[in-house]
Design a protein around this ligand. Structure first.
Ligand SMILES: NC(=O)c1ccc[n+]([C@@H]2O[C@H](COP(=O)([O-])OP(=O)(O)OC[C@H]3O[C@@H](n4cnc5c(N)ncnc54)[C@H](OP(=O)(O)O)[C@@H]3O)[C@@H](O)[C@H]2O)c1
Length: 269
């Protein structure tokens, strides 16, 4: 019988490619996102409305998905948002939206889905962090904070849930050309008379360039599907080009001041 995967944030970008790769690999996929207004079927995936920032929406998604497939073998949390801006200038609502989606969205899904896996005595959780869960870069303060929070939480969860037969894999993508960059939100205070404005403009051009020239999201989807077919799920899947892998290594090896200078120069600060 095919394994059942529930995946959040599967309406676009990396989530969409991952859901496609999982279907091609023979998994039964239930996909959730806000833009699925009603229950639909798209390219063999069952699509349900889901807002991970809303407790009732998560509950409704889980109840409906249960009637469709029964308890899942795998939960993939891919739903995420990025809000570019200067750390000093983010408003509460902007930071909260990023944390609510990326971090609390994950904890909410875990709270609803892990009990179903514990009951079965096995299950797999795959959560999309980022290389920005491992290192910070300018203008992504809220996002980096949310991804670092995810990394810490998942490390603890892995230890606590392993005795119940649950495996946890953290996916840490570098830049991918998923086409999402055109929809990026910008901090509401990043206007022309903001003291950070000029350097911000230079930095976000580098960010946009790196995303547009990023890795192939289809390959990422296939790598995630391949990892899920393994007998033992890898704890981490860092999927990035060599220079971004090097940055992760330098982050751990260099004195903080040197690393900060090096990254700041890269982003033309
Ligand atoms: N692309 C990259 O280069 C890259 C690099 C590192 C990490 N990542 C991570 O990979 C994941 C996907 O990123 P992406 O670049 O592919 O972004 P994307 O195309 O913007 O996709 C984000 C997905 O999350 C969903 N989503 C957003 N808010 C949601 C909510 N409140 N409830 C449910 N679903 C929600 C969106 O669907 P709706 O709008 O329909 O709800 C969409 O399907 C994110 O976690 C991101 O941090 C991406």
């Amino acid at each position: 019988m095919s394994k059942k995967v529930w995946i959040t944030g599967a309406s676009s970008g990396l989530g969409l490619h991952t859901a496609q790769a999982l279907r091609e690999a023979g998994f039964t996929v239930v996909a959730g996102a806000r833009s699925y207004a009603d229950e639909t079927r798209r390219q063999d995936a069952l699509c349900l409305p889901l807002d991970v920032t809303n407790e009732e929406s998560v509950q409704a998604f889980v109840e409906k998905a249960l009637t469709l497939t029964g308890a899942p073998d795998v939960l993939v949390h891919c739903a995420g948002v990025l809000n570019l801006g200067a750390c000093e200038c983010y408003g509460d609502a902007e930071i909260r939206l990023v944390m609510e989606t990326n971090f609390f969205g994950l904890t909410r899904m875990v709270r609803h889905v892990l009990p179903l896996m514990r009951e079965k005595g096995k299950g797999r959780l795959v959560a999309f962090s980022s290389i920005n869960g491992l290192l910070g870069i300018p203008w992504e303060g809220a996002y980096c904070a949310s991804k670092h929070a995810m990394e810490g939480y998942l490390e603890c969860l892995r230890m606590e849930s392993a005795p119940f037969g649950i495996e946890v894999m953290v996916v840490e993508p570098g830049d991918h050309s998923s086409g999402s960059s055109q929809y990026r939100r910008h901090g509401e205070n990043m206007h022309k008379d903001n003291p950070y404005y000029e350097r911000y403009q230079k930095g976000i051009r580098v960010i946009a360039h790196d995303e547009e020239n990023g890795s192939d999201p289809k390959k990422l989807g296939k790598k995630v599907a391949r990892a899920l077919r393994k007998k033992h799920l890898p704890c981490k899947l860092l999927i990035a080009k060599w220079d971004q892998r090097l940055a992760v290594m330098l982050h751990d090896a260099l004195p903080v001041r040197w690393f900060s200078r090096f990254i700041s120069m890269y982003y033309k600060q």
